[in-house]
Design a binder for this molecule. Structure first.
Ligand SMILES: Cc1cc2nc3c(=O)[nH]c(=O)nc-3n(C[C@H](O)[C@H](O)[C@H](O)COP(=O)(O)OP(=O)(O)OC[C@H]3O[C@@H](n4cnc5c(N)ncnc54)[C@H](O)[C@@H]3O)c2cc1C
Length: 304
């Protein structure tokens, strides 16, 4: 199907984009990033914007790795996230989640900003930014705003991005020593995650464990996508890991808490999987993500 008619505008800079959003403040405006959510939605008439603002802003296609954090521009593609040595070495969970998105064509065009703004309930990057404790960077004509990942996702397709705002990037803090992983059950037909789990587990001690703290979890962040209408952190899983050795018994106990923070009536149920099955997948994939994170913390598995 063809999209409904719309006006096309092209922005070559952030200020041009913000000016266009301001100029069309009363219209239904969509931003065109990689187009892999927007264009199909326009073609099936799920979206019929009056105006499409095409972001053609090289400054937003950038990775800036600093001492304790990495800032990823909104237009950075999944392919860049996967290939970038800076991303892989500083925020490898983001690279690993990006490597799971769709196929090569999708990864070459789709962007981190578009993925987060589209907020598909089964998207991969939201889980990674939640488990990374990242901050989403927003701008409008009046200035900048920052929103923590935990406050950003509001529902299926709903985020903290307000009218007239542009998502300009994501600030991802570097994790301390430990392990990370993104594990997902891929739907064989759609390629989307039925359930995906991102984990960052920081371990205390390290160097030899003379103080008995080697391998003991000092902090854990675990987030799930696909289970409910938005990506969510799993605080009960996280709490059950902290101050425990990162071993099989701890991981089993943590995985058994996977649905504790979720009202099971909210589990997504559709033609692909019942809510009950998604709940079971969630427990399994929490376990798998934590096992890989534990192997990496012990130095047994290569990083992304
Ligand atoms: C066949 C197929 C398979 C897919 N598989 C997966 C998968 O496995 N995992 C996964 O996570 N995703 C998957 N996707 C979705 C894909 O990752 C999209 O690229 C992504 O959801 C949107 O990113 P985009 O850059 O294409 O954004 P667009 O489609 O251009 O935009 C999406 C939405 O975000 C808004 N937007 C975009 N950029 C900004 C910005 N900077 N500021 C504010 N708003 C903005 C737009 O207005 C629009 O509403 C798949 C898509 C397809 C078509």
């Amino acid at each position: 199907m063809f999209p409904a008619e719309f006006d096309y505008e092209r922005a070559a800079s952030v200020s041009e984009a913000l000016a266009l959003l301001d100029e069309h403040a009363d219209a239904d405006v969509e931003i065109l990033a990689g187009g892999h959510s927007l264009v199909p939605a326009m073609k099936n008439r799920g979206r019929e914007p009056d105006v499409v603002v095409d972001l053609d802003v090289p400054a937003l296609d950038a990775v800036n790795a600093l001492d304790d954090r990495t800032v990823v521009g909104a237009l950075t593609t999944y392919a860049t996230l996967v290939d970038s040595g800076a991303v892989r070495s500083t925020v490898p969970l983001v690279a690993e989640a990006a490597s799971e998105v769709g196929d090569t064509q999708i990864r070459n065009r789709g962007t981190i900003g578009g993925n987060l703004a589209a907020a598909h309930p089964g998207a991969d990057l939201p889980a990674a930014v939640l488990a990374s404790d990242a901050t989403i960077l927003l701008r409008n004509r009046d200035g900048k705003r920052e929103v923590g990942a935990t406050d950003f996702f509001r529902g299926d397709g709903e985020t903290a991005v307000e009218r007239g705002e542009l998502l300009t990037g994501v600030r991802v803090p570097h994790a301390d020593d430990g392990g990370f992983a993104y594990a997902r059950k891929t739907h064989p037909a759609t390629g989307y995650a039925m359930v995906g789990v991102a984990a960052v587990v920081e371990t205390g001690g390290g160097g030899g464990g003379d103080d008995g703290s080697e391998g003991v979890v000092s902090s854990a962040r675990v987030a799930a996508t696909g289970a409910v209408d938005r990506a969510v952190r799993l605080p009960s899983v996280e709490d059950s890991l902290v101050d425990e050795p990162l071993d099989a018994a701890t991981i089993d106990a943590a995985a058994s808490e996977a649905t504790d923070d979720i009202d099971t009536g909210r589990l997504r149920s559709d033609a692909h999987a019942s809510g009950e099955f998604r709940g079971e997948l969630l427990e399994t994939y929490v376990g798998r993500a934590l096992e890989t994170a534990a192997d990496r913390a012990a130095g047994d598995t290569p990083t992304a």
